[in-house]
Design a protein around this ligand. Sequence first.
Ligand SMILES: *Cc1c(COP(=O)(O)O)cnc(C)c1O
Length: 393
Amino acid sequence: MKLSHRLDKLPPYLFVEINRKIAEKQARGENIISFAIGDPDIPTPEYIIERLCQAAHEPVNHRYPETAGLPELCQAIARWYHKRFDIALDPTKEVLPLIGSKEGIGHISFCLIDPGDIALVPDPGYPVYSMSTLLAGGEPYFMPLTEKNDFLPDLKAIPEKITKKAKLLWLNYPNNPTGAVTNLDFFQKAVSFAKKHNLAICHDAPYTEVAFDGYQPPSLLQVSEAREVGIEFHSLSKTYNMTGWRIGMAVGNAQMIDALFRFKSNLDSGIPQAIQQAAIKALNGPQDSIVEHNAIYQRRRDKLVKALNNIGLRARLPKASFYIWARIPDGYTSVEFTAELLDKANVAVTPGVGYGNGGEGYVRLSLTLPDERLDEGISRLLQWHRDKGNKLT
Ligand SMILES: *Cc1c(COP(=O)(O)O)cnc(C)c1O
């Protein structure tokens, strides 16, 4: 058998060695505390699950769904965007439900990128932006996100020979993995940049509802001309702890939404309808669970960031997302540092380089583990630091 050349473009999986070590330790009965998984530990709110169970019994939901999604779901998404961001979306043209936003993020590259085209991709960043670019035959151009620039790309620094071949600009705020946030002023600059260079913008925004200290992250579409050039990906995964149900959405520019719909309609048959019904319930229902869950993440954030800074890992308090992006001490690569924590402390973190070369020098820790596991993880980190003969700083 001969597989397609397309697959040769995918780099080897970086975490093979670390995952093998974790599996070995677990097979020996060792208890690893993992800060490496970005997936809410708190269950989906009960009223949403109840709607799913009820909808599962309705025969109408046993049949093929439509790729376009239930009209009631598109309307619920538009209403939710209006309530949350004061944006009026046309549910028939500017909204497309997705089988989780990752699905749409992967497929939109095939709608915009031809062989030889460039996509501007944040580095570090969620790997799907660059991988889907490569699979579509294009080339990612990596825009460094540095602490000095508050983890925002420096759009003016992108050379003209790149912008000429670029078709698409990827943004992601609140950001995974850095936890950085931005404001409408930056989004306005990005929209002007996209208009000037004739680019599309895809803003990946699954963390706008995971935010702290009363902060409310903005939507790209709040910029008045954003809809001329861009779409935003959003998701129920992180907002309602529904990662396992696989449901998200793209909203914004009608031409991009239609292109994504046409592409998808040849590949998938939509989201199982019972799950769409549960999503309608989530979007229309009370939003108190979001506030409650954010209070839990915020407590965890405060404890973990304090501990990390005590042991010499420099980390900022993120205003949003459930990630801590921590600078590691000199003398290690992020993979070496991750291996040492695993070997010596039985604690797993994600090496920054897994999100691109721009992530070297950092590790990512997720707040999605139960409080008692988080506390145990913190005491292991402090113990590891003392065992090395260090004092707490
Ligand atoms: C979790 C995540 C997604 C994907 O979410 P789904 O809707 O579950 O597919 C997309 N982008 C980023 C940055 C994420 O962290």
